[in-house]
Design a protein around this ligand. Structure first.
Ligand SMILES: N[C@@H](CCC(=O)NCCCC(=O)O)C(=O)O
Length: 251
């Protein structure tokens, strides 16, 4: 039976498995696409030539940049700060190439946590590390050594900006979201709009302005047990509906 579902490319990370480098995507990101966006996920290896990105994007209906425990190297946004380990060089380079290729091809781009940061950098913005002096890292990341349930249980409120896709999708003026990040947007990239902020001013969601296809990203993790929060399920429905709307008709 021919399944006419849209295909969303999901960027992979370089991780060590059984002592060898591997390209991996955590299942919860793939399940978000397949179960809650009703789309077909395919993995995009990030350890390949950047010149492949336009050919890859041409065959996809959208791109999803996932979260990852690795940090974006500050050299990608012109900062002299040292990069905070772990750094995933291949992912840094490929995520920027994929964003630029997808935007040139008019394909939707979605981001989660690190993915939001990558979109911002790819569009000329910068990041800051909340662990630096004056930062508020404790509000945005659980302490070291906690369980994964406790890590994703670390949460804070966000305020939504009206007249944004996030407000249109959720209908809420405020939400409580999980928080698992140390880097955050410092200078917003070009053609991006803030959709939500945390009480300490961290940008928590962004969307594209005048982009050929929607660009949308959140700093939290809607793929973490989305069935427990209506707003995260609504976000996955938005990913699927937006991708279907922009996908070419296929026989
Ligand atoms: N390392 C960056 C990005 C944060 C991020 O994506 N966290 C998710 C970790 C859990 C997972 O792998 O999904 C930062 O600290 O800002």
């Amino acid at each position: 039976m021919h399944i006419n579902k849209p295909i969303i490319g999901v960027i992979a990370c370089t991780r060590s498995i059984e002592g060898e480098a591997a390209q991996t995507v955590k299942l919860r990101y793939l399940e978000g696409v397949s179960r809650h966006a009703d789309a077909i996920p395919v993995l995009i290896a990030s350890n390949q030539p950047r010149e492949n990105a336009p050919s890859i994007v041409e065959r996809l209906d959208a791109v999803l940049l996932t979260g990852s425990n690795s940090n974006i190297d500050p050299t990608h946004y012109g900062s002299p700060e040292p990069g905070q380990a772990p750094i995933d060089k291949e992912r840094d380079l490929y995520s920027i190439a994929l964003v630029q290729a997808a935007m040139a091809a008019g394909k939707p781009v979605f981001g989660i946590c690190r993915g939001l940061q990558e979109i911002n950098v790819a569009m000329g913005g910068t990041l800051t590390d909340l662990r630096a002096a004056g930062g508020n890292a404790a509000r945005h990341h659980a302490p070291d050594g906690v369980s994964i349930d406790e890590m994703f249980g670390h949460a804070h409120e966000i305020s939504l900006h009206r007249d944004t896709p996030l407000f249109a999708v959720t209908g809420a003026d405020s939400l409580t979201v999980n928080s698992v990040h140390f880097q955050a947007i410092d200078r917003l990239g070009d053609n991006l709009k803030v959709n939500a902020t945390s009480p300490d001013g961290v940008i928590e969601a962004i969307s594209g302005i005048n982009t050929r296809a929607p660009v949308f990203a959140v700093q939290w993790h809607p793929e973490w047990r989305p069935a427990e929060r209506a707003h995260d399920l609504a976000l996955w429905r938005y990913v699927g509906e937006t991708t279907r709307h922009h996908a070419p008709a296929r026989a």
